[in-house]
Write a protein that binds this ligand. Structure first.
Ligand SMILES: [Zn+2]
Length: 485
């Protein structure tokens, strides 16, 4: 293996799904005509005063509690001064030395087992606007830029991890688990493609067995789990090569190019480092009573880790299934409803992760758009377990259900799919098959017993899969024996 160990930390920006922005009443929702969701406060016009959105504070506390963090008793907002054209005030309202949350953690399930990742801090801040570069795909080559301030003032939580991750896989799992928790507690929609979750990654290498950190680089604006993992894999290899060749890693900000599969230098750290912070005089200090924290804690829903444990220990699913179902909150909720009162939750999980997931993928549908209700899926499994239909029939039945949303029982009647449990009907089919295949019967009688599989297949075909295979096997052997006699 490599003689280096990677030290990885993540900074994740989470857009909170509040109705309005963090310091004004403008809508916080994604999109809209450029500069239509703006007012003097979020435009930073002189004399406009920010007022903190209560919901943002509540969401930040909720996230802090869900991430096992300490919620500050007093906290405040600061101005982070820097100039960029998408930031109309010339400063961003953020939190510096008294963030709302410190010292939390979450757990990830790696291929080596459960690992706890520390969270250094979580703070609230406002988002900046967006520059739209004209005449090119990005800044380089564009002739001019337009600014859209709809996003300016949209509430964010920035969550900074401890440098506890050692592999690209751990970083991806951390990001997935974090997203999962935040979506579960209802503070963000978690849509990475709309920028609701953005991630900067710090990574450095050090010789295995040493403690001191090496020089790190920062990878900016990773917006998919795959990008986090791929960019880190590339960057770790790049830094190892620099060190192997006796060079020094330069502290800098790099960007991941998805198309080229490489990280590229954006700027060296020196120029960007020196933000000046000072307390925002327009916003008063926050005092957070302990009973507010306890009230938020008491109202937390079941978190992903607890759900995974329940699926394994109470519902009886394998770890893999528990992970897949928990990874998607809608899926988990659907599953919970589907297994109510069911003696066979594993079969329900199989249908959900198999045929249902494939159908949703193929048709680019969300679970909410699925016409099949959880209770209908439960009913399907009941029909199979009660031997009313075979597993094979169920496969075509579920296809119909997914398209029409009809009840499985109604479809079974409509399509004439009930299993043939009457032996005499099966015997009749067997006799017809034997009569139609004299040469195979002769082969069987000459000792080539394997040919029975072919004959059974013919019976299944003739009965359109409605005969029970074990009954066909048993009766076929009997019929062949009497045929011989
Ligand atoms: Zn506004």
């Amino acid at each position: 293996m490599s003689k280096y160990e990677a030290v990885i930390g993540l900074e994740v920006h989470v857009e909170l799904s509040t109705e309005t922005k963090i310091f004004c009443g403008c809508p916080a929702k994604f999109g809209g005509e450029p500069n239509s969701h703006v007012c003097p406060v979020c435009l930073g016009l002189p004399g406009a005063l920010p007022v903190l959105n209560r919901k943002v504070l509540e969401y930040a506390i909720r996230a802090g509690v869900a991430l096992n963090g300490h919620i500050a008793e007093t906290s405040k907002f600061d101005r982070k001064n820097y100039f960029y054209p998408d930031l109309p005030k010339g400063y961003q309202i953020s939190q510096y030395d008294k963030p709302i949350v410190e010292k939390g953690w979450l757990e990830i399930e790696t291929s080596e087992g459960v690992k706890r990742i520390g969270i250094t801090r979580l703070h609230m801040e406002e988002d900046a606007g967006k520059l739209v570069h004209q005449g090119a795909a990005n800044l380089s080559g564009s002739t001019y830029s337009l600014v859209d301030l709809n996003r300016a003032g949209v509430p964010l939580c920035e969550i900074v991890s401890d440098p506890d991750m050692r592999t690209p896989e751990e970083a991806r799992l951390y990001m997935q688990e974090l997203r999962n928790i935040l979506v579960t507690i209802g503070i963000t929609d978690g849509k990475m493609e709309e920028g609701s979750l953005r991630c900067d990654v710090n990574v450095s290498l050090r010789p295995v067995g040493t403690e001191a950190f090496g020089t790190r680089t920062e990878l900016k604006n990773m917006n998919s789990f795959r990008a986090v993992q791929k960019a880190l894999e590339y960057e770790i290899e790049r830094q190892a090569k620099v060190l192997d060749e006796g060079g020094r890693v330069v502290q800098e900000t790099r960007t991941w190019s998805e198309e080229r599969g490489v990280t590229l230098s954006m700027r060296s750290k020196e120029e960007a480092h020196d933000y000046r912070y000072f307390p925002d005089p327009d916003l008063s200090d926050l005092v957070i009573p302990r009973e507010v924290v306890e009230r938020v804690r008491a109202k937390l829903p079941e978190l992903p880790a607890a759900r995974r444990t329940r699926y394994q220990e109470v519902v009886g699913l394998p770890a893999y299934d528990a992970g897949v179902l928990t990874d998607n909150l809608d899926l988990a909720r659907y599953f919970d409803e589907a297994i109510e009162g069911s003696p066979n939750p594993k079969a329900i999980a199989n249908w959900l992760m198999g045929d249902v997931a494939a159908y949703l993928n193929a048709n680019k549908l969300a679970l909410a758009e699925l016409p099949v209700k959880p209770a209908q899926l439960r009913k399907l499994v009941e029909l199979i377990d009660a031997d009313v239909i075979s597993g094979k029939i169920a496969k075509s039945l579920v296809g119909e259900m997914l398209k029409s949303g009809k009840d499985p029982e109604a479809l079974v009647q409509e399509m004439g799919l009930t299993q043939i449990s009457d032996d005499s009907a099966i015997v009749e089919a067997i006799r017809a098959v034997l009569a139609a295949h004299p040469s195979q019967v002769a082969e069987y009688q000459a000792g080539k017993v394997k040919v029975i599989g072919y004959l059974v297949g013919q019976v299944m075909r003739q009965t359109q899969g409605r005969a029970k295979p074990d009954a066909v096997n048993r009766l076929m052997a009997e019929e062949l024996a009497s045929f011989k006699a």
